[in-house]
Design a protein around this ligand. Structure first.
Ligand code: CDP
Length: 237
């Protein structure tokens, strides 16, 4: 597998072409952003930690029948993935109220959500990822109703798998965001799953062990990601 030119640089990852047009390399960088890129900082080891974390989770999801773009980890900070045509819609499931939901609806942080909620957001930094719905996605051609139904089913399937996995590490999966794309006509989980895109609390103390530590300036960001990894069996190498 030959690494070729950089195709795209996101806020925390870069994408490189390979000699196989159906595969790309994701490079996880130490860059950390919050508030739509308004705040940027480099956090030592983050690229390696998120690459290992993501590989571990993607393999668990694949084993549970969720199609993912993940192929294999290539180095400490790089992974080989299928090249997807990304759907510009973010899928968010919440098990416990936090973050944007608390602000938007004035509900209490920490309130259990039964059943868990499902929300759609348009992936657009300039517009601050506005909330959308199935009707808008269909009308503007971001995703078809069939694709949205599949994305929703897969996002809830991920909840089943990961709630249990984190519970075994004494962690609460509060909420998370997934992105999907198309590979040979099939909906496939893309992007990454790491503490950058979900909320994880210690089950007993409710201590935040995710990117909220960065957003809220609590410090110990990467140490928290590593602690979560240790509890669920991720090897950081
Ligand atoms: O992050 P914020 O509080 O603004 O938004 P949210 O709607 O409460 O986010 C729900 C979950 O999705 C959190 O775990 C976020 O980390 C994640 N998320 C993300 O990874 N990327 C986004 N653009 C928006 C949310």
């Amino acid at each position: 597998m030959e690494k070729r030119q950089e195709l795209y640089a996101g806020k925390a990852k870069s994408v490189f072409a390979t000699d196989d047009p159906s595969r790309v390399i994701l490079q996880f960088r130490d860059d950390t952003s919050a508030f739509d890129g308004e705040r940027m900082e480099s956090l030592a080891r983050k690229g390696m930690v998120n690459n290992c974390f993501n590989a571990f989770i993607m393999e668990k999801l694949a084993a549970a029948g969720v199609p993912t773009h993940f192929e294999k980890r290539l180095s400490a900070t790089e992974s080989l993935v299928k090249s997807l045509k990304m759907i510009p819609v973010e899928c968010v499931v919440r098990n416990i109220a936090a973050g944007g939901l608390v602000k938007r609806l004035g509900v209490t942080e920490g309130q259990e959500l039964t059943p868990p909620t499902f929300e759609l957001f348009l992936k657009n930094d300039a517009l601050h990822d506005p909330m959308i719905n199935e009707s808008l996605a269909e009308t503007f051609g971001w995703a078809t109703p069939e694709q949205l139904a599949e994305m929703k089913a897969l996002t809830f399937r991920v909840n089943e798998v990961l709630k249990g996995l984190f519970a075994d590490g004494d962690l609460l999966l509060v909420d998370y965001k997934l992105e999907f794309g198309l590979f040979e006509g099939q909906i496939v989980l893309g992007d990454e799953f790491s503490p950058d895109g979900c909320r994880l609390w210690d089950a007993k103390t409710r201590e935040k062990l995710d990117k909220d530590r960065f957003r809220q300036g609590l410090g110990g960001v990467i140490e928290a990601y590593e602690e979560v990894g240790r509890r669920i069996g991720v090897e950081f190498v």
